[in-house]
Design a protein around this ligand. Structure first.
Ligand code: PEP
Ligand code: MG
Length: 321
């Protein structure tokens, strides 16, 4: 079976009727890049940079970060690399940062909220990213955006750092795409407003599901509510894709759902452009997509979205596959 899958490493990701999508890898550590390439990744769809900050006793310097980002960009040799700015807080702690104890950390000062509150930390990361940008095809992505002002503030800081670097004579790419994660229902519902101000979206279903269903992603006792194919979740996904399409922007997904065999036919049908997943899921996903007719699944997905429950939708997908 491994040999069967290996055939797909160097092939483009095409549906049976010739519709092209992009299959990308989620990475956290530098070693993951080689694994992504070995598994036929066409891009890095999510680099979780918090791992550069964890397992140490102080913040990584601008230079340390620059070296890591440059490594990933060079190793990907011109293929797209989506680097997400720091997403700390929630379940990910940094002892040396002395974050305040919160009653509901997943609803607290997490990710971009913390970065905007402590801009010196954020600016260091942005400078490292901008300096690395001339070594490959960098796309910068902001996590946990709920309101437009967060996006605008983050972009303004990025522009300020870019101007400073250019003033210092440092080359910064002027083709960096700027995107945001859609992982808070507020952003999904108003995706049409956000789509005007970004180059791309990446749907973070791990959080989008937990916030939509009000079910902690770490809590086993409510895991029955953690439903990727819940009609409400799928309708949000459809809204995001539609809103981006109207603005001519691309949409990826970097939550676990992107590599979920029972969701892939629906996501293809809804028009998702990029699927980002753990490296080991890429070849099975490429083989699966190769057997799916995109046009047929766009009709089937509409039909699925009229159904009332995840079980019913999953049975339907299985019966049509
Ligand atoms: C997500 O929320 O779907 C996501 C990809 O981000 P993380 O799992 O790092 O929160
Ligand atoms: Mg998330």
């Amino acid at each position: 079976q491994q040999a069967e899958l290996a055939k797909w490493v160097n092939r483009p990701s095409l549906s049976a009727d010739g519709h092209r999508v992009e299959l990308a890898a989620n990475i956290g550590k530098l070693e993951d890049v080689q694994k992504a390439l070995d598994n036929g990744a066409e891009a890095i769809g999510l680099f979780r940079t918090e791992f550069l900050y964890m397992g140490r006793s102080s913040l990584p310097t601008e230079e340390e970060q620059f070296i890591s980002y440059k490594y990933v960009l060079e190793k990907m040799n011109g293929k797209p690399v989506v680097i997400r700015t720091l997403d700390i807080g929630g379940d990910k702690e940094l002892p040396y940062m002395e974050l305040p104890k919160e009653a509901n950390p997943f609803l607290g000062q997490r990710a971009l909220r913390l970065c905007l509150e402590r801009p010196h930390i954020f600016r260091t990361q942005l400078r490292a990213l901008l300096r690395a940008s001339s070594y490959g095809n960098l796309k910068i992505m902001f996590p946990m955006i709920a309101v437009l002002s967060e996006l605008r503030d983050a972009k303004a800081l990025l522009e300020e750092e870019k101007a400073k670097l250019q003033g210092e004579g440092i080359v910064v790419s002027d083709t960096i795409e700027i995107g945001m994660m859609v992982e808070i229902p507020a952003a999904a519902v108003s995706a049409d407003l956000f789509a005007k101000e970004v180059d791309f979206f990446s749907i973070g279903t791990n959080d989008l599901i937990q916030y939509t269903m009000a079910a902690d992603r770490m809590n086993e006792t409510v895991s029955y509510l953690y439903q990727p194919c819940n009609p409400s979740v799928l309708r949000l996904v459809r809204m995001v894709i539609e809103a981006a399409r109207k603005e001519g922007k691309w949409v990826g997904m970097c939550g676990e759902m992107a590599g979920d065999e029972s969701a892939i036919p629906l996501l293809l049908g809804l028009g998702l452009h990029e699927f980002s997943m753990s490296a080991s899921s890429i070849l099975p996903a490429r083989a699966q997509i190769g057997g799916l007719d995109r046009k047929r699944w766009s009709e089937l997905a509409e039909q699925a979205l009229t159904m009332a429950a995840q079980d019913e939708i999953q049975d339907f997908v299985r019966s049509q596959s």
